[in-house]
Design a protein around this ligand. Structure first.
Ligand SMILES: Cc1ncc(COP(=O)(O)O)c(C=O)c1O
Length: 401
């Protein structure tokens, strides 16, 4: 009888030749357990998904209640489903009045596809501007926003009309013109190794988009739902986007994403042509119920208010180690850079060996990612730091001789 591991390798497609191969048994709160009962402290949250930790009881109970009532009935926008309406209402109450319409999808990348379509349809323009070293998803439109041409050329030809600007460089804003349909950026760049915006960069970007009539689309797929210490990062940095994209932690562990905008902008997928974007499972009622429980819990517990002090504790402690050259951070979203690139692999592997999950970035080969669930306690932060510091020592020792 083949093992689960063998069947995994035979029948489940992988996206790299070195899958982590952690055989998951269960997960709860800050911890993931493998089939042998080994416990892993999750400092990655499945890349900023499990912000309330794993299997939060409020989310589990909302999912169970909804499953017992009804699951899928009809594609988005046709039936009135309580779970969708309740969530859209609660979410829009947390946002600027202009962000009042929610269009549900399944994933982050689908949000980006809709935003690109809205940008072109609303302005009648063609050009879309993205920032270098951004990651917005893996479908064709979102992938076209990548500046890494070596990667995208493997799937060429891609979507035309995309231009790139350097994130955080106000001089480059002059490239946004009256030809630009929309500008899509993350308020804090994630996959470049955590790159928060410089002082008034986002305000200058907002002003430029307004001046030329281009839509400002903010991808808050990683930064949303408290990750940066505010419910949404645009609230932290004092701007309002025309189009807001959310996913990842939105569903408390269930798959869901959404595009949030004004009624006027959103009407561009309603008529001429009608059905401008459709999705069979977008806004699945079970995911909406989970998302409601997630947001409600976030608001009720005041967890977001504690994010900055937790992030600061981790940063202050970890940056004291001699192999750490820099920590870039916004709330509990952290890029920890090591002094020598060769340390990185040893730090990551050693942590996993010792029961701590951390991860690499897509576009930064000198830093690792820390994005723990926001529920992390002081005790758990101490546990994480002790394992990390041991791994830093271990990596340093390996290259001493
Ligand atoms: C900033 C950002 N945008 C979009 C995406 C794509 O989201 P998904 O993987 O749900 O399609 C990701 C995923 O990592 C992301 O980090």
């Amino acid at each position: 009888m083949p093992s689960l591991r063998q069947l995994f390798l035979s029948h489940v497609a992988q996206t790299s030749e070195l899958p982590l191969m952690l055989e998951i048994d269960k997960a709860s709160g800050m911890y993931i357990y493998d089939k042998d009962g080994k416990r892993y402290l999750d400092m990655n949250s499945g890349i900023s998904v499990s912000s309330l930790g794993h299997c939060h009881p409020n989310v589990v109970s909302a999912v169970q209640d909804q499953v017992a009532r009804h699951m899928h009935t009809m594609v988005y926008g046709e039936h009135i489903q309580q779970a969708q309406v309740k969530y859209a209402t609660l979410l829009s109450q947390q946002l600027d009045d202009s962000l009042s319409k929610v269009y549900y999808v399944m994933t982050g990348t689908e949000c980006v596809e809709v935003a690109m379509k809205l940008g072109r349809r609303y302005t009648g323009r063609y050009e879309i501007i993205a920032a270098k070293n951004a990651y917005h998803g893996s479908t064709f439109g979102a992938e076209a926003l990548r500046s890494d041409h070596d990667f995208s050329s493997s799937f060429a030809p891609g979507v035309p009309g995309i231009r790139h600007i350097e994130f955080n460089d106000e001089k480059e804003l002059s490239r946004i013109t009256e030809k630009t349909a929309c500008v899509i950026v993350e308020p804090v760049q994630a996959e470049s190794g955590v790159n928060p915006p410089k002082s008034d960069y986002l305000k200058a970007l907002r002003a430029k988009c307004t001046a030329v009539g281009a839509l400002l689309v903010l991808d808050e797929i990683q930064t949303g739902f408290g990750r940066t210490g505010y419910l949404f990062a645009h609230q932290k940095y004092g701007i309002v986007p025309d189009v807001l994209l959310i996913a990842k932690s939105m569903g408390g562990g269930m798959p869901i994403g959404a595009i949030v905008s004004s009624g006027e902008i959103m009407s561009k997928i309603t008529k001429n042509p009608a059905l401008g974007h459709i999705t069979t499972f977008g806004g699945h009622p079970v995911s909406c119920a989970a998302a409601h429980a997630m947001l409600d819990t976030l608001l009720e517990t005041g967890l977001v208010d504690l994010v900055e002090s937790k992030g600061s504790y981790l940063q202050t402690r970890l940056e004291q180690h001699p192999i750490i050259s820099e920590i870039r951070r916004s709330g509990l979203m952290m890029g920890v850079e090591v002094t020598k690139r060769k340390y990185l692999k040893h730090v990551v592997n050693r942590c996993i060996e010792n029961g701590l999950i951390i991860d690499y970035f897509l576009f930064n080969n000198k830093s690792f990612r820390l994005a723990p669930p926001l529920i992390i306690t002081e005790e758990e932060m101490k546990e994480a730091c002790a394992i990390l510091e041991e791994a830093f020592d271990y990596a340093e020792q390996r290259y001493k001789k």
